[in-house]
Each structure stands twice: as structure tokens, then as C-alpha cells.
Design a protein around this ligand. Structure first.
Ligand code: ADP
Length: 170
């Protein structure tokens, strides 16, 4: 059985095997959670990212975690919100699906996710929450390889959206 947890705070402090990063297509590091992960991991992370040749929106790439507690970082690129008519919901769903697929292939059983696309990329938080929880619940079905999926929110309002949404689907 996969355990789902919701925590409010800085994702870099979470003790899991892999942290998920809300990256940009260039994998060059950036602001928000991306900046916090690069800062905590150290400059080696950027050097490894530079070797990967970018990552298209909706896909995922894995690196080492360097100075983080986490052994790995799985970088995924969420869609920029452009009003909802440009496939944003499907792209956000594929971020979660591709992260979980890469984690499963790599034998990773414990991951922490930030709220992908809900910062500077502007995805409405309530819709993003339903996609995040819906996709993870679907893919972490009873026979899934994951022990623990942590949703790490940076503010109380987002954390309570996640708590309400998780309570609805459990
Ligand atoms: P995006 O470009 O995908 O929107 P952002 O980093 O701007 O990515 O924001 C994604 C979410 O991550 C936002 O809800 C933001 O509040 C949150 N966030 C920012 N810093 C951190 C952090 N250190 N730990 C966890 N979440 C964070």
C-alpha cells in the first residue's frame, strides 16, 4: 500500500529517495522550487543537468541529488498556463505519470512532489491539485511499487487544498 502524505514546508528538507523538481525546458535552474533544489544540491547538479540537453514539457529526466538528503532528483517540466485550451491539463498529468514511470523503472519507492506549475507558470491551484492527486492515486494503485508519496506544499492554503482533495478520493 502506498502511503500518501501532505506536508507544508521546504521540499529540500524532506527525507525521501527522490525529490521531484518543477524545472524549465532548458534544465538550467531557475526560481521557486527549482532554485531551492539547485541551491541545496550544489553546483554539481547544474553541471549534470547541462549534459542532458533539456527536457520537453510533460516529460521527466533524472539526476543525482548531490548534497541533498535525496539520492536523486527527477526533473519534470510543467506547462505554462495559457488559459486551459492548449492541453495544459494533459501535459500536467503527463508530468506526474512520467515521473512515476521513471521512478518505478529505477526502483525508487519514496518520492516528494512540489505543486508543479502552480508558481510562476500560473496553473490554477485547485485544478492542479486534482490532477496531481488524481494521477498519483491512479498510478499508485494497490500493487504499485511505491511505499511513500509526499506532496510538499509551500503555503498553508495549498496544503489545505491538497488535504481536502485527498480526503475526497481516499
Ligand atoms: P512552476 O514554474 O512549475 O510554476 P515554481 O517553483 O514557480 O514552479 O512553483 C511551483 C510551486 O512550488 C509553487 O506552489 C511554489 O509555492 C512552490 N515552492 C516554491 N519553493 C518551494 C520549496 N522550496 N519547496 C516546496 N515548494 C516550493
Amino acid at each position: 500500500m502506498t502511503k500518501f502524505d501532505i506536508v507544508c514546508g521546504d521540499i529540500t528538507e524532506i527525507r525521501v529517495t527522490a525529490l521531484v523538481n518543477a524545472a524549465n525546458e532548458g534544465l538550467r535552474g531557475g526560481s521557486g522550487v527549482d532554485g531551492a533544489i539547485h541551491q541545496a544540491a550544489g553546483p554539481e547538479l547544474l553541471r549534470e543537468c547541462e549534459q542532458l540537453g533539456g527536457c520537453p514539457t510533460g516529460q521527466a529526466r533524472m539526476t543525482s541529488g548531490y548534497r541533498l538528503f535525496a539520492d536523486y532528483v527527477i526533473h519534470t517540466v510543467g506547462p505554462v498556463w495559457r488559459g486551459g485550451g492548449e492541453g495544459e491539463a494533459a501535459l500536467l498529468g503527463s508530468c506526474y505519470a512520467n515521473v512515476l514511470s521513471l521512478a518505478a523503472k529505477s526502483g525508487i519507492r519514496a518520492l516528494a512532489f512540489p505543486a508543479i506549475s502552480t508558481g510562476v507558470y500560473g496553473f490554477p491551484k485547485d485544478r492542479a491539485t486534482r490532477i496531481a492527486i488524481g494521477m498519483c492515486r491512479l498510478l499508485a494503485a494497490p500493487d504499485s511499487p511505491f511505499d511513500s508519496l509526499v506532496f510538499c506544499l509551500y503555503d498553508e492554503e495549498s496544503a489545505s487544498l491538497y488535504k481536502d482533495c485527498l480526503a475526497e478520493v481516499l
